[in-house]
Write a protein that binds this ligand. Structure first.
Ligand SMILES: O=C(O)COP(=O)(O)O
Ligand SMILES: [Mg+2]
Length: 221
């Protein structure tokens, strides 16, 4: 990792959330299936939902409706409300940190590198999830998919943080699991390291050409 910072360390590490720090698909899939059940549609299951995560909650629900219903008349607003309701109720039942995450965050803190989360998840779910998993204290900033007018792969959230801390893109590291993270980093001009275990719409993350891929986050530092 140091090779991206002239042998030194980044001055800010921005972590993606779903699929990078947290395996959240079991709870997302449960909320999607409870939504589908209430709409009298067939259930989707975790494997399908895994491919739909990454572009925020609205897109997740749109993808679920498109895949599981032939009836275009199903009202998005009602489905979205159902999803929000069920996800709020099941936000952190089975969601868990990936192996190596705690160690990586501790190591980053020991090295005095500020950390932030930039996720496409709605911010109303992000704070409670981080706090339930007891990692909220590590992050100086947390931006959700609806915190700003644009979300990843737009570089806006990354650029806002760079601006806030007066950092050049080359001083910041993005760490994520999906093409949205790689594109956001590329669009912002910062290096990006990916993990291969997350959710990338069923595609190998290497095809998105991150600067590097690490199997576990504690191998980062
Ligand atoms: O909510 C999503 O779609 C995914 O969020 P992420 O940006 O943390 O991967
Ligand atoms: Mg992700």
């Amino acid at each position: 990792m140091r090779r991206y910072f002239n042998g030194g360390l980044p001055r800010l590490v921005i972590f993606d959330l779903d699929g990078t720090l947290v395996d959240s698909v079991p709870d997302l899939a449960l909320a999607i299936d409870l939504m589908l059940e209430a709409l009298d549609l067939p259930l989707a299951g975790q494997e399908r939902v895994r491919c739909w995560v990454g572009n925020g909650a609205q897109m997740l629900v749109q993808r679920a409706l498109k895949a599981m219903s032939s009836n275009e008349a199903i009202a998005f607003d009602r489905a979205f409300e159902l999803f929000l309701h069920h996800y709020r109720d099941n936000l952190s039942c089975k969601s868990a940190l990936y192996l190596g995450v705690n160690r990586a965050l501790e190591r980053c803190a020991e090295l005095d590198i500020p950390m932030a989360v930039v996720t496409n998840k709605p911010i109303a779910f992000t704070h409670p999830l981080l706090s339930h998993l007891q990692i909220d204290g590590f992050f100086r900033d947390v931006l959700g998919g609806d915190s700003l007018s644009k979300k990843k792969p737009d570089p806006m959230p990354l650029l806002v943080l760079m601006d806030k801390y007066g950092l050049a893109p080359t001083e910041v590291l993005m760490v994520g699991d999906s093409v949205n993270d790689v594109r956001a980093a590329r669009n912002a001009g910062c290096p990006v390291i990916a993990v291969p275990y997350g959710y990338n719409h069923g595609e190998d993350i290497k095809l998105s050409e991150p600067d590097d891929v690490v199997e576990r986050l504690d191998l980062l530092f």
